[in-house]
Design a protein around this ligand. Structure first.
Ligand code: MG
Length: 259
């Protein structure tokens, strides 16, 4: 259920549904263990995948609108997590808007130079000395999983970020250290431009602070957690919030009343 109905004329113009991944499309609770030594790199990651039922619903919905999963995760994991919905109108937007997989082609939305990666690498060495769970392998973001918000992470970034071009986002599970200009919202803007879709034709759903810009960029913003991420619309009831919204769109977009 939604807290209130989305006006029909807005629903009718929709061309793109954007869903956050963790907490919206799959349950939260990624487990990461990582170890580095002089000669070895070892990583173990456990994460949820989209259910068959939800995948079926999204695949049906794609007859009407494009579906984009926008996540902080690395594209490699998204491809595994969302394998059941790949192709035919699914877009995977990875690493908080950095990359999009569109029709089998990868678009990189922001520019990086070597210095950026050197800074991140130096920060990583400092952060590994803290009591964190592990670093999630990513291409453009330094993502550190921790049981609680460690103030030392902010201090390390402040010290190493000489040009003041980075920001730190804590989402309750992990710190994302990334360029200030990068956000899911900025990534969505570039994607909409690429697809020639306007904000009025876009509906987006998120559940945490890293989805704030995403909801602002889309014409219709829906929250999966109205306390953590206030929005005009939010979902209520049992089940994955993304599935509740997709079901709502299915019921309304495919009802004879609108068609
Ligand atoms: Mg989330």
């Amino acid at each position: 259920m939604l807290n209130k109905a989305i006006p029909e004329e807005q629903l009718r113009s929709l061309k793109l549904l954007v869903l956050d991944s963790d907490g919206v499309s799959v349950p939260r609770g990624t487990e990461i263990t990582e170890q580095e030594s002089e000669t070895l790199y070892e990583a173990h990651i456990k994460t949820f995948r989209i259910t068959d039922e939800f995948a079926k619903l999204l695949n049906q919905l794609k007859k009407k609108i494009l579906v984009c999963i926008s996540s902080g995760r690395n594209l490699v994991y998204l491809q595994s997590m969302y394998e059941k919905i790949l192709g035919g109108g699914t877009i995977l937007q990875a690493e908080n808007g950095n990359l999009s997989l569109i029709d089998g082609t990868i678009a990189q939305h922001f520019f990086y130079d070597e210095k950026y990666f050197q800074t991140l690498s130096a920060m990583k060495q400092d952060i590994l000395k803290l009591p964190i769970k592990g670093i999630e392998p990513k291409q453009f973001i330094l993502s550190c999983h921790a049981s609680s918000e460690l103030k030392e992470v902010y201090e390390i970034v402040k010290l190493r970020d000489k040009n003041n071009e980075l920001k730190v986002l804590w989402n309750g599970e992990a710190f994302d250290i990334q360029k200030k200009e990068v956000s899911k919202g900025a990534g969505l803007e570039r994607l909409m431009e690429h697809l020639n879709i306007t904000r009025e034709q876009t509906i987006a759903m998120g559940d945490r602070v890293n989805d704030k810009e995403l909801l602002k960029t889309a014409g219709i913003g829906v929250s999966a957690d109205k306390e953590a991420l206030p929005a005009e619309y939010w979902t209520e009831g049992e089940g994955m919030p993304g599935e509740i919204l997709a079901r709502y769109l299915w019921d309304h977009l495919f009802s004879t009343k609108i068609l």
